[in-house]
Design a protein around this ligand. Structure first.
Ligand code: NCD
Length: 298
């Protein structure tokens, strides 16, 4: 495996291997130094906390050095340097590039220029494949499998790249049913829906389906991707997961969120047994270590 641009770069057996490998890594007192003498460049042209830090930590755990930046401020991008030049330069400084960028397709573009592997850590409203591996690993930990479950994806299904990667990755499995819960303005994009090979239904009112759901995946309304701020204002509080909503859920259902959350999940929900988003975030480092293993081929 050279580059990871989309979840489609992972087959079903890649997912299974990543889950197993993550299980193993979580139990290792000392990690194999498969990235010894290597440098991983973290080129984050957009803000990030978890993704940046967990890639950084995963690389260090495996023996790598890391270089990089988070946010365009302080880089020559602020002087007008183009992405292609930045990628060419990083090819001289590093052995692998982890990139996050506001433009859809930026990671693919970078991979076409780059001689060294490129990992997509989020490109615009397109995809965020490694987040999906974390999401699926969390589901696997809680249910032992992905097949046969009923999913509800709720919130901003139009602009959230984590949703695209999640829905696409589900085509590798056999979900029982997927509910796409959003206001009409934030419904999932048509080109993604056309790719889905499992039963799904779009719903506006979660009350119609909440009792059936095993995995409720909540997303932040992606304010920064709205072409018009007034459009954001109209939908910004479309859904809030509160105690009332949780009380309608199955007792063994789980709530996931890639984080950061703004106000779409009330703080009081954090202590319910369904809340698994901090557990999910805790898997970011071991899952990304497993992903590095895949790239190195060990
Ligand atoms: C997500 C992202 O950047 O797409 N965050 C993350 O990587 N954990 C989700 C989001 O920003 O809403």
């Amino acid at each position: 495996m050279k580059d990871i641009i989309s979840v489609y770069d992972f087959s079903k057996s890649d997912f299974d291997e990543l889950f197993e490998l993550t299980d193993k890594l979580r139990n290792m007192p000392i990690f194999p130094k498969i990235l010894k003498e290597k440098t991983v460049a973290l080129a984050f042209f957009e803000p990030s906390t978890r993704t940046y830090l967990s890639f950084n930590k995963a690389a260090i755990n495996l023996g790598a050095s890391t270089i990089g930046f988070s946010g365009e401020e302080g880089t020559s991008i602020a002087k007008g340097e183009n992405l292609a030049d930045t990628i060419r330069m990083l090819n001289n400084y590093a052995d692998m590039i982890v990139i996050r960028h506001k433009f859809d397709g930026a990671a693919k573009f970078a991979s076409e220029i780059s001689e060294i592997p490129v990992i997509n850590a989020g490109d615009g409203k397109h995809e965020h494949p490694t987040q999906t591996v974390i999401d699926f690993y969390t589901i696997y930990r809680n249910f032992k499998n992905i097949d046969g479950l009923t999913f509800g994806l709720m919130g901003d299904l139009r602009y959230a790249r984590v949703v695209n990667s999640f829905l696409r990755a589900l085509t590798r499995f056999k979900p029982k049913k997927v509910y796409l819960i959003s206001p009409p303005q934030l419904s999932a994009r048509k080109e993604i829906l056309e790719e889905l090979n499992y039963p799904y239904r779009e719903v506006i009112d979660y009350n119609e389906v909440i009792e059936e759901i095993d995995v409720l995946y909540v997303t932040r309304i992606q304010k920064e991707r709205f072409p018009d701020e007034s459009e954001y204002e109209k939908v910004k509080e479309s859904y809030v997961v509160d105690m009332n909503l949780v009380s309608k859920m199955r007792k063994d259902a789980i709530i996931l969120h890639a984080l950061p959350r703004v106000n779409e999940i009330s703080r009081e929900v954090d202590k319910t047994p369904q809340a698994k988003y901090f557990e999910q975030a805790s898997y970011a480092v071991p899952v990304r270590m497993a992903i590095f293993h895949k790239i190195v081929g060990e």
